[in-house]
Design a protein around this ligand. Structure first.
Ligand code: NAP
Length: 320
């Protein structure tokens, strides 16, 4: 059976048979590839749009064991990749655009090829959640950003607003304070969700200020952001606040659109896996943030990836 979407152009693409296809190149995907390569499965990794996943956009990772001084997310991603490639992983800069799980081997169409895969490990991760307020889309890239590491440099000596009270918001605010003259964290409650170490660092940082119990209602500007409308959710007061940048860190949405109706998803859109990383299709596994709304750490994602690869290996062995 052919692919349901893009069928017209699909037949002109090369087909490649693989024992294991890994969709995604973050810590889960590259750890899965490392384990699978060492089991001789010759895995192919589709990088997706961001080689290294969200971790690669993190300025400094201090909680991945083995690196006591911490290291950059992109640097860690390069090391993961080099280790996976050393044992025979093929990393392909391409993105899955359609999947057919109706029969094994499963078919995955990318922009350039069709992979016919005996097993699959899905590690497509998650994307930053948007506020969905007026001005947010219009000013994205013109003062609105979801990545401090990517855009912080553009805000040298400028005043910026950060939205969110979780670890990401605190970690990014601390990073952004290297560039910005002032960082104002707007949080919808009067208590932070982020961990104590990051809270202590943020409170001790002279450039970081807080506006509590408040939400952004609108982002305004001309060519670039110039100000935001802030509402105090307790008093109902609405005020205008001048700022040149708005960084939004309010959680993530799983990248599972491709699998809707094809694999079991939970109510929030995360892929459902059991403790063996198995989805509801035989030989299809998921690991990392696409299947984990709870831990979301480099080490937990890497562990899930390794577990998925071990399970895929056992599954293929059981068929021999
Ligand atoms: P998160 O923990 O879900 O925090 C999201 C924050 O955004 C919360 O403070 C939440 O407010 C706020 N928020 C959500 N929707 C909002 C809305 N529509 N308007 C205004 N505010 C909104 O997300 P995260 O910070 O991205 O962290 C995700 C996971 O990654 C967590 O498990 C975290 O521990 C982990 N992480 C760890 C590290 C680290 O260990 N260094 C770094 C980054 C992330 P409420 O608090 O009121 O819900």
């Amino acid at each position: 059976m052919g692919l349901t979407v893009n069928e017209d152009k699909a037949y002109s693409k090369n087909e490649e048979a693989v024992k294991l296809l890994v969709i995604g190149s973050g810590p889960a995907g590259l750890s899965a590839a490392l384990y699978a390569a060492r089991a001789d499965l010759e895995p192919v990794v589709l990088t997706g749009m961001t080689m290294g996943g969200q971790a690669a956009l993190t300025h400094l990772i201090e909680n991945y064991p083995g690196f006591p001084e911490g290291l950059g997310g992109a640097e860690l991603g390069d090391l993961f990749r080099a280790q996976a490639e050393r044992f025979g992983t093929k990393v392909v800069y391409d993105t899955a655009i359609d999947v057919d799980f109706s029969q094994r081997p499963y078919r995955v169409e990318t922009y350039n090829s069709i992979y016919v895969a005996e097993t699959l490990i899905i590690t497509t991760g998650a994307t930053p959640r948007h506020l969905d307020i007026p001005g947010e889309a219009k000013f994205t890239g013109k003062g609105v950003s979801y990545c401090g590491t990517c855009d912080g440099f553009f805000f040298k000596d400028k005043e910026i607003v950060v939205v969110g009270g979780g670890d990401s918001s605190l970690e990014e605010s601390i990073f952004l304070s290297r560039f910005a003259s002032k960082v104002t964290i707007v949080h919808r409650r009067d208590e932070l969700r982020g961990g104590k170490i990051l809270q202590d660092r943020a409170f001790a940082n002279e450039k970081i200020n807080f506006i509590w119990d408040s939400v952004l209602e609108e982002i305004k500007g001309d060519d670039q952001v110039t100000n935001v409308t802030i509402k105090n959710v307790k008093t109902g007061d609405v005020s205008d606040f001048e700022t040149e940048g708005v960084f939004i860190f309010i959680g993530h949405i799983p990248n599972s659109e491709l699998f809707e109706g094809k694999l079991e998803l939970d109510d929030a859109g995360y892929l459902v896996v059991n403790n063996l990383m198995e989805t509801d299709k035989p030989g299809v596994y998921a690991a990392g943030e696409i299947a984990d709304s709870h831990f979301r750490q480099v080490i937990t994602s890497a562990g899930m990836g390794a577990a998925a690869a071990i399970q895929a290996t056992r599954f293929l062995e059981s068929e021999e």
